[in-house]
Design a binder for this molecule. Structure first.
Ligand SMILES: C[S@@+](CC[C@H](N)C(=O)[O-])C[C@H]1O[C@@H](n2cnc3c(N)ncnc32)[C@H](O)[C@@H]1O
Length: 284
């Protein structure tokens, strides 16, 4: 169902996320025991595209329970800050950071709306501003998001984004080969689905979600308008979950066996994820 932006979008989404935090911290999907034991969650393509983070400061916008944020710390970032509007998510991230023995100076977490990040985070700029999968769909205004994220990039630093490709939202769930939805849809997408991607059968009561689809052109243009310089935009033939019923885990492509989901070998492909990096000149 598509409607104009409902006034309660922020409160409804926050209530939905708050309720899902304890489900996620207990889930096999997030597998916190393995994470505490040293398992990394940064995807290989992200590590390659971000490059060395050693000695760098990194801000993670919409960090959820902090696994990616803390993984960047493990990769060598000298200081990581995670921001999310869900208080329970931030509390879980702080607990996890303490479990890893990290000090607040090495890893800290802030509860705030992403649009208020510039006022909420402890430092005025970061070497890397990172935003990971499943984040932008929760935000109605890409221009405001890009301005906020770019304002926190230090001279010589960059914004890195890895997201699910918006084309996947236009294709049918079964095959991913038929256009089923309007790629250019501008209105909020309101849903009431219970459960969560980490546990589809989990009993939940706060099920109202309000999301938006953002075309690739909209996201890239919003970033370009901030004055950051686009270094690359990569489209990937693999994704993190079974987005379409036809996707196979570890099938096809050069990275066969890597645990990513792809269309079966020999099928015509579509982009399933994208990633981009946009930098601020050292004198900028
Ligand atoms: C799918 S998670 C993305 C994190 C990461 N990819 C993961 O899987 O753990 C989306 C996060 O965005 C947060 N979020 C949604 N809308 C937000 C907003 N307006 N401001 C700050 N955080 C928001 C939610 O609380 C949630 O933790």
């Amino acid at each position: 169902m598509y409607t104009r932006t409902p006034e309660d979008w922020r409160e409804a989404n926050r209530a939905r996320w708050d309720e899902r935090v304890p489900i996620h911290t207990a889930s096999e999907y997030y597998d916190l025991d393995s994470f505490r034991a040293g398992q990394d969650v940064i995807r290989p393509f992200e590590a390659a595209e971000v490059g060395s983070v050693t000695g760098k400061s990194l801000l993670h916008l919409q960090c959820h329970i902090g696994l990616d944020t803390l993984s960047w710390s493990r990769c060598g970032a000298s200081r990581v800050v995670g921001l999310d509007f869900s208080e329970p998510a931030i509390e879980a991230a702080r607990d996890l950071a303490a479990d890893l023995g990290l000090t607040p100076d090495q890893a800290s977490f802030v509860a705030a709306d992403v649009y208020d990040a510039a006022e909420a985070v402890p430092d005025s700029s970061y070497d890397i501003v990172y935003t990971g999968t499943g984040a932008l769909c929760w935000l109605p205004d890409m221009g405001r998001w890009a301005e906020t994220a770019a304002s926190l990039v230090a001279p010589g630093g960059f914004l890195y984004l890895a997201e699910f490709h918006p084309l996947t939202d236009a294709l049918d769930d079964a095959t991913g080969s038929r256009i089923a939805h309007d790629y250019f849809g501008r209105d909020a997408w309101v849903d009431e689905a219970p459960g969560t991607y980490a546990d589809y059968d989990a009993p939940t009561v706060n099920n109202r979600s309000i999301e938006w689809q953002h075309t690739l052109g909209e996201v890239v243009t919003a970033i370009a308008a901030t004055g950051l310089r686009l270094e690359f935009l990569h489209e990937h033939d693999a994704t993190l979950f079974r987005r379409f019923e036809t996707l196979e885990r570890g099938a096809g492509g050069e990275d066969r066996g890597d645990g990513f989901y792809r269309l079966p070998p020999g099928s015509p492909r579509v982009p399933l994820m994208y990633s981009l990096r946009a930098s601020r000149p050292a004198d900028g």
